[in-house]
Design a protein around this ligand. Structure first.
Ligand SMILES: [Zn+2]
Length: 351
């Protein structure tokens, strides 16, 4: 059965190529789509790097550039221009984009939808009461595990490390995790508890604001990479409002038959993974099964963050990819190629 299916899709791919050779039909990018199916035939891989860490610019970028290969970087919007030099600067991200890399959103503050409110409509925090200990501070119970951000009348409140610190700063909050009590010192003076408009940023805001922040500084963002590779059907549906494609952890392989642009599977590369184990995966999935393989990596060449990988190993991986004729594509390119190829295989040329 499996062999039969593979043969079917190989034939379908052949048909697609024949149709393409016969004439164009309003393809978004003739070069990309025309070569698309053959790229998948020859082996197609996406190298994605989560969190926007500095080693990606310093090590991965020159290694890939030397072989005309590209990658995708998943940026956490609130880490843009952080004073922290663990992260790439906006200029460095810009250099990647200029060289053909894709800049994707990796969230506003890097949260899971299960840890914060899900939708804009869930954001309003209620139940405020005046705190007896201090004038003009309020408290309420906070039911979620994490705080992405807290807004008063749409403006962010500053997080403080203690109640004592908070009472000195109008426009701040303190979350006492042990007893799940949220305290605020509002910016607005003489406001009553019932008049407070305090919101906890939702996952929908994570999707929306991260894209807006990246767009505002000039990046064209159409892809979302889920923090912690966490994804579910509810958020997948929500993502339609904001993104054309979403990459996450392991779901079904990215084949013509099963491909879902809002559930792009990635294989996570761990710190201890060898070049041999990664190239074996590429040989089996990209070359033999003709699946679009998307690798999920983090920092390169540094011991920063989760699962960093040595630059020397990355160099050998890049070399193997080139030597074996695999093409590196971005998430946008890969998704477009599979979508176009599948529509053609189904006999429905894209409009
Ligand atoms: Zn991440």
């Amino acid at each position: 059965m499996k062999r039969h299916c593979t043969a079917f899709f190989r034939n379908a791919l052949g048909l697609f190529l024949t149709v393409l050779l016969a004439g164009p039909f309003g393809l978004p990018s003739p070069a990309m789509a025309g070569e698309g199916a053959s790229l998948l035939e020859r082996g197609m891989v996406t190298l994605s790097f989560d969190d926007g860490l500095a080693g990606v610019y310093q090590y991965a970028f020159p290694i890939l550039k030397s072989r005309n290969q590209t990658g995708v970087v998943g940026i956490i919007a609130t880490k843009l221009d952080a004073a922290n030099n663990d992260y790439m600067t906006v200029e460095q991200i810009g250099a990647l984009a200029t060289a053909g890399w894709e800049v994707a959103s990796h969230g506003y503050t890097h949260k899971r939808p299960t840890d914060i409110p899900k939708f804009y409509s869930d954001e309003k925090i209620n139940g405020w009461r005046l705190d007896n200990r201090q004038e003009h501070t309020f408290q309420t119970t906070y039911e979620y595990a994490q705080i992405a951000c807290i807004l008063e009348n749409g403006q962010p409140l500053k997080e403080t490390g203690s109640f004592e610190e908070m009472i000195e700063i109008p426009g701040s909050f303190f979350y006492d995790r042990e007893i799940e009590e949220l305290h605020v010192k509002p910016r607005a003076s003489k406001v009553k508890a019932s008049e407070l408009d305090i919101r906890a940023c939702s996952y929908e805001r994570e999707l929306d604001f991260s894209k807006k922040a990246l767009t505002k500084i000039g990046f064209q963002v159409t892809s979302y990479i889920t923090p912690y590779n966490f994804w579910n059907s509810e958020m997948k549906e929500l993502s339609r409002k904001y993104y054309q494609q979403v990459a996450t952890g392991w779901g079904a392989p990215n084949t013509l038959a099963t491909f879902d642009p809002r559930f792009i599977s990635r294989n996570v590369i761990h710190e201890q993974d060898t070049v041999g184990s990664v190239t074996r995966l590429l040989r089996t999935q990209a070359l033999e099964k003709r699946e679009w393989v998307v690798l999920c990596m983090h920092d390169i060449g540094e011991s920063v963050g989760w699962e960093p990988w040595a630059a020397e190993r990355f160099e050998r991986l890049s070399e193997w990819i080139a030597a074996n004729g695999l093409t590196t594509v971005t998430l946008t390119q890969g998704a477009q190629i599979l979508k176009t190829a599948r529509e053609a295989a189904a006999g429905n040329p894209p409009q």
